[in-house]
Design a protein around this ligand. Structure first.
Ligand SMILES: Cc1cc2nc3c(=O)[nH]c(=O)nc-3n(C[C@H](O)[C@H](O)[C@H](O)COP(=O)(O)O)c2cc1C
Length: 272
């Protein structure tokens, strides 16, 4: 199973077995964290593994009820450099990691907002120039069958609701479906698309005032995650592409980036 297939299988797990992973499994998680791709060369994204999940959990606060507070034996703290686009960059890298460690049979749940930098004291070293963006709760699932999504598990908006303008060519539908299945903060699915021939312009939906206050900037992380799913799908199809900035104004959504598709590469690329 490559990362592309896992887009269809991945789901959030909120009930973990509170038992540590084996040293071998933890090594593999570290290896995946070290190898996770970056969105921008000059924007660092770091993963700090907290093995003592119980201790960190005790310092977390819930956002709405217990949202933001998922109890797990281990966590990965996701940190990014203080530069524009840091949340998108963090989302892009963290989703590659989530899919990769899910592939190892390890359950995950992304969380955001329940932790502050001070909460990491004695558990992980956050560098001064890095910002805490999110955390990934991970470990063995309490119920093994719940590790992967059953058919029709994902509750997602239909594709027509996400396309602001343009037509989805059949040959590119998988790319949009991959984006649709992305996990998002409170499942808000903020990704929107404008399609012009071989160019897909990715947008972030503008929410109302109250929703915006609630979501803070977490839906910027979601956009990075959706972009990761699209890039994984594009590579899986053996297509070449480039990312560009071609800002377009839309009332209902904020422009993020343009993906220009360039036909098949000679050799089908690996999906990760
Ligand atoms: C940036 C981000 C933050 C999230 N924060 C939380 C959280 O704090 N608590 C939680 O239970 N789930 C959290 N989630 C998981 C989402 O609720 C979940 O992805 C969404 O409901 C879709 O479900 P699925 O991941 O099972 O497909 C978060 C997801 C993302 C992308």
């Amino acid at each position: 199973m490559d990362l592309y297939e896992n887009i269809m299988k991945r789901k959030s797990t909120r009930r973990f077995l509170m038992e540590p992973l084996s040293a071998d499994a933890m090594d593999r998680v570290r290896k995946e964290a070290d190898g996770a791709p970056k969105l921008f060369e000059n924007l660092p994204v770091e993963f700090l593994i907290v093995e003592d999940g119980e201790k960190l959990y005790g310092r977390m606060s819930g956002i709405i009820g217990t949202y933001g507070k998922v109890k797990a034996p281990h966590y990965i703290i996701v940190a990014a450099g203080k530069k524009p686009g840091f949340r998108q960059a963090a989302g892009y890298s963290l989703e590659h990691l989530v899919l990769a460690i899910n592939n190892l049979g390890i359950a995950t749940c992304i969380t955001a907002g329940g932790l502050a930098a001070e909460d990491l004291e004695g558990l992980a070293e956050l560098k001064e120039d890095m910002l805490l963006v999110a955390a990934i709760a991970f470990g063995p699932p309490e119920v093994p069958e719940e590790l992967y999504a059953a058919q029709r598990y994902h509750k997602r908006k239909p594709l027509p609701d996400l396309v602001l303008m343009g037509l989805v060519k059949r040959k590119y539908k998988d790319i949009f479906d991959a984006a649709r299945l992305a996990p998002s903060y409170m499942n808000t699915q903020p990704w929107r698309f404008v399609i012009e021939d071989e160019r897909i312009h990715l947008f972030r939906a503008r929410m109302g005032f109250i929703k915006n206050a609630l979501l803070k900037s977490n839906n910027k992380i979601d956009i990075g995650i959706a972009l990761a799913h699209m890039v994984i799908a594009i590579r899986h199809k053996g297509l070449r592409f480039s990312l560009k900035s071609e800002p377009i104004e839309y009332q209902e959504a904020e422009y993020v980036v343009t993906i220009e598709l360039k036909g098949h590469s000679v050799r089908k690329e690996r999906s990760s």
